[in-house]
Design a protein around this ligand. Structure first.
Ligand code: NAD
Length: 328
């Protein structure tokens, strides 16, 4: 940790950074430009400050991208994208990541990743992947999980709502109500809301702000060519709008809400289709300029950025990670 700046050094750094800005009477620099990070100015402002000090350690990865000591809640964390992103948060320094998923006990993959996480160098050896069995469609249960994590850890900084489901091809004109609502919308929409509430309530409680990241999809931007997935596509559009709406409400609390929209990624979700129709590998690959299906690890960088101070001015945004699927 870098030492905190003294008030005079902070003021001089702010002056250096904002000397060009004009403010109306009574508008403080901090309120106009947001809260200062505990490690002081970065980038050009730090460089200007450095001429009169020895603070020349680069800050971009050590400070702005660092999640040191933070606490996270990740749904769908037993496997696939959720597990991948949970590990990425640990690697970026998160002290505890609570993974929520349906099975009573986590799978072998989770157990191995948990063991690996606990042995990671540079995390002080106390990075924890915790597992909680719960259904994201149970609002009460999700709120209680949020509260329990807050009580235990004394903070809540990051939330990744990755639990989701995709049902088989079903024609829209006869789509059964139960399958539409209970099996898809309840998980992909309501479940994402309850997850964001569970974490957001704790972020509000501790007053340090936070970052809520919802996993949407390219399917929220356009229908998947050749696939009758009206429930899934509807649910992912709803997630995009939920994030924008929550971002507007929670901005004043410095709780940021953003979405990631992956393209086709190789997980169990897509695997269920590929197992029955292997030719889809070629079809899906041909639908993006990079000519392939993505890997879950290709979302690590974006989640680390969105979770951290490096994205401190980003809220209400959607980041497409699709191999360019959306570009055509
Ligand atoms: N794989 C892709 O191509 C792709 C593309 C875009 C978006 N996504 C989204 O990414 C997210 C993760 O998907 P994935 O590809 O890793 O799939 P996955 O099926 O491997 O993982 C989804 C996880 O969510 C959990 N889950 C489902 N319903 C739940 C519930 N009610 N309560 C708690 N947990 C529940 C599952 O048990 C599973 O572990 C989903 O929201 C999905 O829609 C996936």
């Amino acid at each position: 940790m870098l030492p905190k700046l003294s008030a005079s050094r902070l003021a001089s750094a702010l002056r250096a950074r904002h000397s060009h800005a004009k403010f109306s009477k009574g508008t403080s620099l901090c309120s106009a430009h947001g809260r200062m990070m505990s490690y002081g100015p970065v980038g050009v402002a730090r460089a200007l400050e450095a001429s009169s000090s020895n603070d020349t350690d680069p800050t971009l990865f050590k400070q702005e991208f660092s999640l040191a000591d933070r606490v996270a809640l990740v749904t769908g964390g037993n496997r696939g994208i959720g597990l991948e992103l949970a590990l990425a948060l640990v690697e970026a320094g998160t002290r505890a990541v609570y993974c929520v998923d349906l099975p009573e006990a986590p799978g072998d993959e989770f157990a191995k990743v948990r063991e690996y996480a606990s042995q990671l160098k540079g995390t002080g050896g106390d990075a924890r992947l915790e597992y909680i069995s719960a259904d994201v469609t149970d609002q009460n249960a999700m709120w209680k999980i949020g509260e329990a994590v807050g009580d235990r850890e004394g903070r809540m900084d990051v939330c990744v709502a990755a639990a989701g489901t995709l049902r088989g091809d079903t024609p829209c004109l006869t789509y059964p109500a139960k399958q539409f609502e209970e099996q898809v919308i309840a998980v992909n929409v309501n479940g994402v809301l309850y997850t964001a509430q569970a974490a957001g309530q704790q972020m509000d409680r501790f007053g340090k702000g936070g970052s809520i990241i919802m996993i949407a999809s390219i399917s929220g931007h356009g229908a998947n060519k050749g696939h009758p997935w009206v429930s899934y596509n509807t649910s992912k559009s709803a997630v995009l709008q939920m994030a924008r709406s929550m971002a507007c409400e929670l901005g004043p609390k410095n709780i940021r809400v953003n979405t990631i929209s992956p393209g086709y990624i190789n997980t169990s979700m897509t695997g269920q289709f590929l197992a029955k129709r292997p030719e889809l590998v070629e079809t899906w690959s041909s639908q993006n300029p990079l000519g392939r299906i993505g890997r879950p690890d290709e979302l690590r960088g974006i989640v680390a950025w969105l979770a951290s101070d490096a994205s401190s001015f980003c809220t209400g945004s959607d980041i497409l990670v699709s191999g360019g699927h959306h570009a055509w």
